[in-house]
Write a new protein. Structure first.
Length: 388
């Protein structure tokens, strides 16, 4: 598994959209959207084929398939020692929609939400779509312990949510129990404050770092709504499937009412639920192999990037994205993105405020969820450009 012959560029060029193979000029290597270049695990493929062979693709239940919700509950308890009841787990059509749905259910115009900086744009986008306002909490890419003491200065009577992305995209930061306990101490001081914990990257963590769920921190279970998905770990982005895990019935009923699932306007893809259930129940060995491959690609990529003139890259603790500092190359992130795609035939994501917040300036983001050969080729091209 996870060698060059497993990457089918002919199919990727037809199917991999969202800044990837199907959207870049021929000959360009896209290290862009965080989506694996490898095919899905065999148990997932077999589950999908078996379901389709039945010949019926009917509506599923508005609250989601019970077997899928049970699989999510079992997997979460096994990995995090935290038990969410299946009846309080809501399948949604992506983790991204899950974030938006929580914001739409819990926020009103004028409310304030704390988001980390840098972080994926979806938090800010979701908050602003419902008329609320974001406040940025700066989180540098560093192994140093995050100091949450300044977080209190951002909290007002209007603050309703703290959006925690753990592991943190794009820096790859994995929060320690000490850091999460410090955050929990602050949250405990405000009765109306809820934490939205985005854990879509929680399976992609590199030793010796360990993932810890915020819902497992003392007194935080009832204060936490967890969002997760299956695109990063299992390559299911096109099936549009994620989950919202809620601690109690009142929160579940409120968010379910806002989901519009009961009206069929929205709803979780049944095939997505079948695939994700198979992934959780039968593809854990595949996942372990994937993380092992990614660990090697991370170390290789960091070494190659740090050897390039003006580039400085720290090893991410989790996620399969790199976030190198390119401020000493003489280019802005946008300029470098343009030069790399035109002259080196490598596509990257620029660290622009609209994508990751103000703290992303002077950086680019690259995904390493591909084969060694493709990474080696891409870095050779980049190195040649920097030295020319």
């Amino acid at each position: 598994m996870f060698n060059p012959r497993d990457v089918d560029l002919s199919l990727l060029s037809q199917r991999a959209y969202n800044l990837r193979w199907a959207t870049v000029p021929q000959g360009v290597i896209p290290l862009t959207a965080a989506d694996p270049d490898f095919p899905i695990a065999p148990p997932i493929k077999e589950a999908l084929l078996d379901y389709v062979k039945g010949g019926y693709l009917s509506y599923g239940p508005a609250e989601g398939l019970l077997s899928f919700r049970q699989a999510v509950s079992t997997d979460y308890k096994a990995k995090n020692q935290v038990e969410y009841k299946p009846e309080y787990i809501l399948p949604v059509d992506s983790a991204a929609y899950g974030i938006y749905l929580i914001c739409s259910a819990l926020l009103k115009p004028g409310d304030e939400v704390i988001v980390f900086d840098p972080v994926d744009f979806l938090f800010k986008y979701s908050v602003e779509q419902v008329g609320a306002k974001t406040l940025a909490f700066k989180t540098p890419q560093s192994e140093d312990c995050v100091d949450f003491s300044n977080l209190n200065t951002l909290i007002t009577s209007k603050t309703k949510l703290i959006c925690l992305c753990n592991p943190l995209n794009p820096t790859g930061k994995v929060f320690t129990t000490t850091e999460l306990e410090a955050l929990a101490e602050i949250v405990a001081g405000y009765d109306e404050l809820t934490v939205l914990s985005d854990e879509i990257w929680s399976d992609i963590v590199f030793a010796p770092n360990k993932f810890h769920s915020f819902s497992g921190i003392s007194r935080m279970f009832d204060r936490t709504i967890t969002v997760t998905g299956y695109s990063k770990s299992y390559g299911l982005a096109g099936l549009r499937i994620g989950s919202i895990l809620m601690p109690n019935q009142s929160l579940y009923e409120k968010i379910f009412a806002h989901s519009l699932h009961q009206s069929t306007v929205h709803g979780a893809n049944v095939l997505g639920q079948i695939a994700a259930e198979a992934a959780l129940n039968h593809a854990q060995d595949w996942l372990m192999g994937f993380v092992s491959h990614l660990h090697k690609m991370r170390d290789f990529s960091v070494q190659r990037l740090n050897a390039m003139p003006g580039v400085s890259c720290e090893a991410p603790q989790g996620c399969y994205v790199l976030f190198p500092d390119i401020s000493n190359t003489g280019f802005t992130a946008s300029e470098l993105q343009s030069h790399l795609i035109e002259r080196a035939k490598v596509a990257v994501v620029p660290g622009l405020p609209k994508w990751f917040g103000a703290g992303a300036q002077g950086h680019i983001r690259l995904s390493f969820a591909t084969s060694y050969d493709l990474l080696d080729q891409a870095f050779d091209r980049m190195d040649k450009f920097f030295k020319s």
